[in-house]
Design a protein. Structure first.
Length: 241
């Protein structure tokens, strides 16, 4: 489904990604991990069109989408969440999801009332229907994470990019969020590329993990292999440990 082919990007004199390649198959859950500054979110930004790579290509369902504007990539079926939730804080939860419905890949002529009904469905799915008339600014962090998920799902993606969906959540909230993401994958048939620092969660969720360090891919494999790789242990904990 997704092919990342020899991607590199420079920011001035900094090479943030250096010749990174990996793929994501349909219906797969792939984890993307690495220490802070490894280039994970930069890779997400390239895939969804926020950044254009210095070198390399991105292919989605066989189409070269490298450097394509974000809204066109969204229309092709790629959506994302953010490490720091980015709703429209002065709008209600319902209005936030309506904007996603109207900008999704199959809704060029949908009327506002129909978009409201569909948005309500996604809010109900993530457990926020009772908060539909609340301003996003009044939601707590867990609720904002669920609003991010609802907004992403409302664009009807085939591939969902999750950027640290568990950041700031306590263990109970993290497990609840994981169950919600699993339910979304099953119900909507989506594929996941997932950045996560909570190793307990990503090792449980992903079938395959790609590891970045200093902009380079240093490992790829199933969770049990990655968890016992000395390079990964050193990257996260340091050689002394």
């Amino acid at each position: 489904m997704l092919e990342v082919d020899n991607i590199s990007i420079n920011f001035g004199g900094l090479r943030a990604l250096d010749d990174v390649s990996f793929s994501v198959d349909e219906a797969e859950v792939v984890g993307l991990i690495g220490p802070n500054g490894a280039g994970k979110t930069t890779m997400m930004n390239i895939i969804c069109g926020i950044y254009k790579p210095t070198d390399g290509r991105i292919f989605f369902e066989g189409e070269d989408i490298t450097g394509m504007p974000p809204h066109k990539i969204c229309h092709r079926g790629i959506s994302r969440t953010y490490q720091i939730p980015q709703p429209f804080y002065a709008m209600t939860a319902l209005a936030n999801v309506v904007t996603s419905v109207l900008n999704g890949k199959k809704r060029p002529n949908m009327c506002l009332s129909d978009a409201g009904l569909e948005a309500s469905y996604y809010l109900e799915f993530v457990g926020l229907f009772s908060k539909r008339d609340e301003l996003a600014s009044n939601l707590n962090l867990y609720e904002l994470r669920m609003l991010e998920l609802a907004r992403a799902l409302a664009t009807t993606p085939k591939l969902l990019l999750l950027d640290e969906a568990m950041a700031g959540l306590n263990p109970v909230e993290s497990e609840k969020a994981l169950e919600m993401i699993w339910s979304a994958q099953e119900q909507f048939g989506i594929t996941l590329l997932w950045i996560e620092h909570v190793m307990k969660i990503i090792m449980k969720a992903a079938k395959r993990i790609v590891v970045l360090q200093y902009g380079k891919k240093i490992a790829e494999g199933p969770p049990e292999q990655i968890a016992n790789d000395p390079r990964i242990i050193e990257a996260y904990l340091g050689g002394a440990h």
